[in-house]
Design a protein around this ligand. Structure first.
Ligand code: PHE
Ligand code: FE
Length: 291
Protein backbone atom coordinates (compact mmCIF):
# COMPACT_ATOMS: atom_id res chain seq x y z
CA UNK A 1 0.00 0.00 0.00
CA UNK A 2 1.07 3.54 -0.57
CA UNK A 3 2.24 5.37 2.46
CA UNK A 4 0.27 8.55 2.86
CA UNK A 5 1.92 9.80 6.00
CA UNK A 6 3.26 12.83 4.18
CA UNK A 7 -0.13 14.10 3.12
CA UNK A 8 -1.19 16.97 5.35
CA UNK A 9 -4.35 19.06 5.27
CA UNK A 10 -2.52 22.34 5.20
CA UNK A 11 0.92 23.18 3.83
CA UNK A 12 3.59 21.98 6.28
CA UNK A 13 5.90 24.46 7.92
CA UNK A 14 8.24 26.10 5.46
CA UNK A 15 5.95 25.49 2.47
CA UNK A 16 4.18 28.26 0.58
CA UNK A 17 0.38 28.52 0.28
CA UNK A 18 0.58 26.48 -2.94
CA UNK A 19 2.58 23.85 -1.05
CA UNK A 20 5.83 24.53 -2.88
CA UNK A 21 9.19 24.50 -1.15
CA UNK A 22 12.64 25.48 -2.30
CA UNK A 23 14.63 22.73 -3.97
CA UNK A 24 17.62 23.79 -1.88
CA UNK A 25 19.87 22.11 -4.42
CA UNK A 26 23.06 22.94 -2.55
CA UNK A 27 21.93 20.83 0.38
CA UNK A 28 21.99 17.52 -1.51
CA UNK A 29 24.82 15.27 -0.36
CA UNK A 30 27.36 13.45 -2.52
CA UNK A 31 25.59 10.19 -1.78
CA UNK A 32 22.32 11.66 -3.02
CA UNK A 33 23.90 12.92 -6.24
CA UNK A 34 25.51 9.50 -6.72
CA UNK A 35 22.12 7.86 -6.33
CA UNK A 36 20.78 9.96 -9.19
CA UNK A 37 23.79 9.07 -11.37
CA UNK A 38 23.40 5.36 -10.61
CA UNK A 39 19.71 5.35 -11.42
CA UNK A 40 20.25 7.43 -14.54
CA UNK A 41 22.98 5.15 -15.89
CA UNK A 42 20.93 2.07 -15.15
CA UNK A 43 17.94 3.39 -17.10
CA UNK A 44 20.05 4.53 -20.02
CA UNK A 45 21.32 0.99 -20.44
CA UNK A 46 17.80 -0.26 -21.11
CA UNK A 47 15.65 2.63 -22.37
CA UNK A 48 16.93 3.08 -25.93
CA UNK A 49 14.69 0.92 -28.10
CA UNK A 50 12.15 0.58 -25.29
CA UNK A 51 11.18 4.16 -24.39
CA UNK A 52 9.15 6.26 -26.81
CA UNK A 53 10.98 8.70 -29.05
CA UNK A 54 9.20 11.59 -27.33
CA UNK A 55 10.65 10.54 -23.98
CA UNK A 56 14.18 9.98 -25.27
CA UNK A 57 14.17 13.22 -27.20
CA UNK A 58 12.93 15.13 -24.15
CA UNK A 59 15.54 13.56 -21.93
CA UNK A 60 18.25 14.71 -24.32
CA UNK A 61 16.83 18.21 -24.59
CA UNK A 62 16.77 18.67 -20.82
CA UNK A 63 20.34 17.56 -20.28
CA UNK A 64 19.63 15.80 -16.99
CA UNK A 65 22.94 13.99 -16.81
CA UNK A 66 25.40 16.72 -15.93
CA UNK A 67 26.39 15.00 -12.69
CA UNK A 68 23.93 14.42 -9.90
CA UNK A 69 20.43 15.62 -9.18
CA UNK A 70 19.33 18.29 -11.67
CA UNK A 71 19.23 21.85 -10.40
CA UNK A 72 15.73 23.14 -11.23
CA UNK A 73 17.13 26.64 -11.68
CA UNK A 74 19.06 25.32 -14.70
CA UNK A 75 16.50 22.79 -15.95
CA UNK A 76 13.39 24.98 -15.82
CA UNK A 77 14.45 27.59 -18.40
CA UNK A 78 15.00 24.79 -20.95
CA UNK A 79 11.66 23.18 -20.20
CA UNK A 80 9.83 26.49 -20.16
CA UNK A 81 11.26 27.49 -23.53
CA UNK A 82 10.00 24.23 -25.05
CA UNK A 83 6.44 23.96 -23.75
CA UNK A 84 5.86 26.58 -21.05
CA UNK A 85 6.03 24.01 -18.23
CA UNK A 86 8.12 24.37 -15.07
CA UNK A 87 8.85 21.96 -12.24
CA UNK A 88 8.24 22.99 -8.64
CA UNK A 89 9.26 21.21 -5.44
CA UNK A 90 6.74 19.95 -2.94
CA UNK A 91 7.33 18.23 0.41
CA UNK A 92 5.60 14.98 -0.56
CA UNK A 93 2.23 13.95 -1.94
CA UNK A 94 -0.07 16.97 -1.98
CA UNK A 95 -3.89 17.17 -1.82
CA UNK A 96 -5.65 16.52 -5.13
CA UNK A 97 -6.87 20.08 -5.60
CA UNK A 98 -3.35 21.43 -5.09
CA UNK A 99 -1.97 18.94 -7.60
CA UNK A 100 -4.61 19.80 -10.19
CA UNK A 101 -4.08 23.52 -9.76
CA UNK A 102 -0.36 23.11 -10.47
CA UNK A 103 -1.00 21.01 -13.57
CA UNK A 104 -3.70 23.36 -14.85
CA UNK A 105 -1.05 26.10 -14.71
CA UNK A 106 1.69 24.04 -16.34
CA UNK A 107 3.61 23.44 -13.16
CA UNK A 108 4.66 19.91 -12.37
CA UNK A 109 5.06 19.19 -8.64
CA UNK A 110 8.10 17.08 -7.83
CA UNK A 111 9.27 15.54 -4.60
CA UNK A 112 12.44 17.16 -3.28
CA UNK A 113 14.04 14.07 -1.74
CA UNK A 114 15.78 11.18 -3.42
CA UNK A 115 15.55 7.54 -2.36
CA UNK A 116 18.19 5.97 -0.12
CA UNK A 117 20.92 3.82 -1.70
CA UNK A 118 19.29 0.66 -0.29
CA UNK A 119 15.94 1.57 -1.92
CA UNK A 120 16.99 1.75 -5.54
CA UNK A 121 14.38 -0.74 -6.61
CA UNK A 122 11.48 -0.07 -4.34
CA UNK A 123 9.87 2.91 -2.74
CA UNK A 124 6.33 3.82 -1.92
CA UNK A 125 6.38 7.54 -2.47
CA UNK A 126 7.49 9.37 -5.58
CA UNK A 127 10.98 10.82 -5.17
CA UNK A 128 12.80 13.30 -7.39
CA UNK A 129 14.10 10.55 -9.66
CA UNK A 130 10.63 9.26 -10.41
CA UNK A 131 9.16 12.75 -10.72
CA UNK A 132 11.89 14.37 -12.80
CA UNK A 133 13.45 11.55 -14.78
CA UNK A 134 10.11 9.78 -15.15
CA UNK A 135 7.72 12.64 -15.82
CA UNK A 136 9.56 15.69 -17.07
CA UNK A 137 10.94 14.44 -20.43
CA UNK A 138 7.39 13.87 -21.69
CA UNK A 139 6.51 17.44 -20.70
CA UNK A 140 8.87 18.64 -23.46
CA UNK A 141 6.52 17.12 -26.03
CA UNK A 142 3.98 19.78 -27.08
CA UNK A 143 1.10 17.29 -27.36
CA UNK A 144 1.80 15.63 -24.05
CA UNK A 145 2.33 19.02 -22.42
CA UNK A 146 -1.20 19.96 -23.49
CA UNK A 147 -2.58 16.65 -22.26
CA UNK A 148 -1.13 17.14 -18.78
CA UNK A 149 -2.57 20.62 -18.49
CA UNK A 150 -5.96 19.40 -19.72
CA UNK A 151 -5.78 16.64 -17.12
CA UNK A 152 -5.28 19.24 -14.39
CA UNK A 153 -8.37 21.14 -15.50
CA UNK A 154 -10.27 17.89 -15.95
CA UNK A 155 -9.25 16.89 -12.43
CA UNK A 156 -10.74 20.03 -10.96
CA UNK A 157 -13.96 19.32 -12.78
CA UNK A 158 -14.05 15.63 -11.88
CA UNK A 159 -13.51 16.47 -8.25
CA UNK A 160 -16.54 18.74 -8.30
CA UNK A 161 -18.58 15.98 -9.90
CA UNK A 162 -17.39 13.27 -7.51
CA UNK A 163 -15.77 11.34 -10.38
CA UNK A 164 -12.14 11.55 -9.38
CA UNK A 165 -11.81 7.84 -8.87
CA UNK A 166 -12.64 7.26 -12.51
CA UNK A 167 -10.45 10.05 -13.82
CA UNK A 168 -7.50 8.94 -11.69
CA UNK A 169 -7.53 5.63 -13.58
CA UNK A 170 -6.91 7.53 -16.79
CA UNK A 171 -3.85 9.15 -15.22
CA UNK A 172 -2.66 5.79 -13.95
CA UNK A 173 -2.96 4.00 -17.27
CA UNK A 174 -1.50 6.82 -19.36
CA UNK A 175 0.78 9.21 -17.47
CA UNK A 176 2.11 6.56 -15.09
CA UNK A 177 1.89 3.25 -16.92
CA UNK A 178 1.14 4.03 -20.54
CA UNK A 179 2.47 2.17 -23.57
CA UNK A 180 2.54 3.60 -27.08
CA UNK A 181 2.66 2.03 -30.50
CA UNK A 182 5.65 3.32 -32.39
CA UNK A 183 7.33 2.16 -35.56
CA UNK A 184 5.26 -1.00 -35.48
CA UNK A 185 6.33 -1.98 -31.97
CA UNK A 186 5.38 -1.20 -28.40
CA UNK A 187 7.30 1.42 -26.46
CA UNK A 188 6.91 2.75 -22.94
CA UNK A 189 6.15 6.35 -21.99
CA UNK A 190 4.53 6.09 -18.54
CA UNK A 191 6.65 7.64 -15.77
CA UNK A 192 6.13 4.70 -13.42
CA UNK A 193 7.67 2.44 -16.05
CA UNK A 194 10.50 4.56 -17.43
CA UNK A 195 11.77 5.36 -13.93
CA UNK A 196 11.85 1.68 -12.95
CA UNK A 197 14.53 -0.70 -14.19
CA UNK A 198 12.50 -3.81 -13.55
CA UNK A 199 9.19 -2.55 -14.91
CA UNK A 200 10.88 -1.13 -18.02
CA UNK A 201 11.62 -4.69 -19.07
CA UNK A 202 8.53 -6.27 -17.55
CA UNK A 203 6.06 -3.92 -19.26
CA UNK A 204 7.29 -4.83 -22.73
CA UNK A 205 8.74 -8.30 -22.43
CA UNK A 206 7.06 -10.24 -19.67
CA UNK A 207 4.41 -12.67 -20.94
CA UNK A 208 2.07 -12.19 -17.99
CA UNK A 209 0.33 -8.81 -18.46
CA UNK A 210 -2.43 -8.05 -20.93
CA UNK A 211 -1.67 -5.25 -23.35
CA UNK A 212 -4.87 -3.70 -24.64
CA UNK A 213 -5.59 -0.89 -27.09
CA UNK A 214 -6.50 2.40 -25.40
CA UNK A 215 -10.22 2.78 -24.73
CA UNK A 216 -11.13 5.80 -22.61
CA UNK A 217 -14.32 4.56 -21.01
CA UNK A 218 -12.94 1.09 -20.43
CA UNK A 219 -9.90 2.54 -18.66
CA UNK A 220 -12.07 4.70 -16.43
CA UNK A 221 -13.80 1.51 -15.28
CA UNK A 222 -10.62 -0.47 -14.66
CA UNK A 223 -9.15 -1.07 -11.22
CA UNK A 224 -5.44 -0.67 -10.69
CA UNK A 225 -2.93 -1.95 -8.23
CA UNK A 226 -0.19 0.05 -6.66
CA UNK A 227 1.73 -2.74 -4.92
CA UNK A 228 2.89 -4.91 -7.82
CA UNK A 229 3.73 -4.80 -11.48
CA UNK A 230 0.73 -4.04 -13.64
CA UNK A 231 -1.38 -6.89 -14.94
CA UNK A 232 -2.74 -4.74 -17.72
CA UNK A 233 -1.24 -1.96 -19.83
CA UNK A 234 -3.17 0.22 -22.26
CA UNK A 235 -1.57 1.17 -25.54
CA UNK A 236 -2.13 4.53 -27.26
CA UNK A 237 -1.59 4.74 -31.03
CA UNK A 238 -0.01 8.20 -30.65
CA UNK A 239 -0.02 11.21 -28.35
CA UNK A 240 -2.24 12.99 -30.83
CA UNK A 241 -4.77 10.17 -30.60
CA UNK A 242 -4.68 10.41 -26.81
CA UNK A 243 -5.46 14.11 -27.01
CA UNK A 244 -8.24 13.52 -29.53
CA UNK A 245 -9.84 10.86 -27.35
CA UNK A 246 -9.74 12.96 -24.18
CA UNK A 247 -10.71 16.27 -25.74
CA UNK A 248 -14.38 15.36 -25.66
CA UNK A 249 -16.63 16.41 -22.81
CA UNK A 250 -16.42 13.78 -20.08
CA UNK A 251 -19.80 14.81 -18.61
CA UNK A 252 -21.87 12.23 -20.50
CA UNK A 253 -19.19 9.59 -19.90
CA UNK A 254 -19.29 10.24 -16.17
CA UNK A 255 -23.06 9.85 -16.25
CA UNK A 256 -22.75 6.46 -17.91
CA UNK A 257 -19.98 5.33 -15.60
CA UNK A 258 -22.12 5.86 -12.53
CA UNK A 259 -24.20 2.77 -13.27
CA UNK A 260 -21.32 0.53 -14.22
CA UNK A 261 -19.25 -2.03 -12.39
CA UNK A 262 -15.49 -1.88 -11.94
CA UNK A 263 -13.44 -4.09 -14.25
CA UNK A 264 -10.85 -6.19 -12.38
CA UNK A 265 -7.20 -5.61 -13.37
CA UNK A 266 -6.77 -8.97 -15.06
CA UNK A 267 -10.10 -9.14 -16.90
CA UNK A 268 -10.49 -9.03 -20.66
CA UNK A 269 -13.71 -7.60 -22.08
CA UNK A 270 -15.33 -9.00 -25.24
CA UNK A 271 -14.80 -5.69 -27.03
CA UNK A 272 -11.14 -5.28 -26.04
CA UNK A 273 -8.58 -5.09 -28.79
CA UNK A 274 -5.97 -7.25 -27.15
CA UNK A 275 -2.43 -6.76 -28.45
CA UNK A 276 -0.84 -9.28 -26.11
CA UNK A 277 -2.82 -11.67 -24.01
CA UNK A 278 -1.05 -12.25 -20.71
CA UNK A 279 -0.37 -15.55 -19.03
CA UNK A 280 -1.04 -14.11 -15.57
CA UNK A 281 1.60 -16.42 -14.19
CA UNK A 282 3.82 -13.70 -12.87
CA UNK A 283 3.42 -11.91 -9.58
CA UNK A 284 6.31 -10.26 -7.88
CA UNK A 285 6.68 -7.32 -5.60
CA UNK A 286 7.32 -4.46 -7.95
CA UNK A 287 6.81 -1.21 -6.15
CA UNK A 288 4.64 1.63 -7.16
CA UNK A 289 7.04 4.26 -8.31
CA UNK A 290 10.40 2.73 -8.89
CA UNK A 291 10.35 -1.05 -8.94
N1 PHE B 1 -12.19 16.42 -21.63
C1 PHE B 1 -12.13 16.24 -20.21
C2 PHE B 1 -13.42 16.75 -19.54
O1 PHE B 1 -14.32 17.17 -20.18
C3 PHE B 1 -10.91 16.91 -19.60
C4 PHE B 1 -9.68 16.07 -19.71
C5 PHE B 1 -8.79 16.19 -20.77
C6 PHE B 1 -9.40 15.14 -18.76
C7 PHE B 1 -7.65 15.42 -20.85
C8 PHE B 1 -8.27 14.37 -18.82
C9 PHE B 1 -7.38 14.51 -19.87
O2 PHE B 1 -13.52 16.69 -18.33
FE1 FE C 1 4.26 9.76 -10.99
Amino acid sequence: MADFEHVFDTPPEGAAADWTISQNWRAYTEVEHDTWDTLYARQMDILPGRASEAFLKGLGALDLNTGGIPDFALMNPKLKALTGWTVVCVPGLVPDEVFFDHLANRRFPSGQFIRKPDQLDYLQEPDIFHDVFGHVPMLTDPGFADYMQAYGKGGQRAQGLGMLKNLARLYWYTVEFGLIEEAGTLRIYGAGIVSSATETVFALEDPSPNRIAFDLERIMRTDYRIDDFQQVYFVIPSIEALNDATYEDFGPIYDRLKGQSTIPVDAIQPYDRVLTRGTQAYAQKGGRFAA
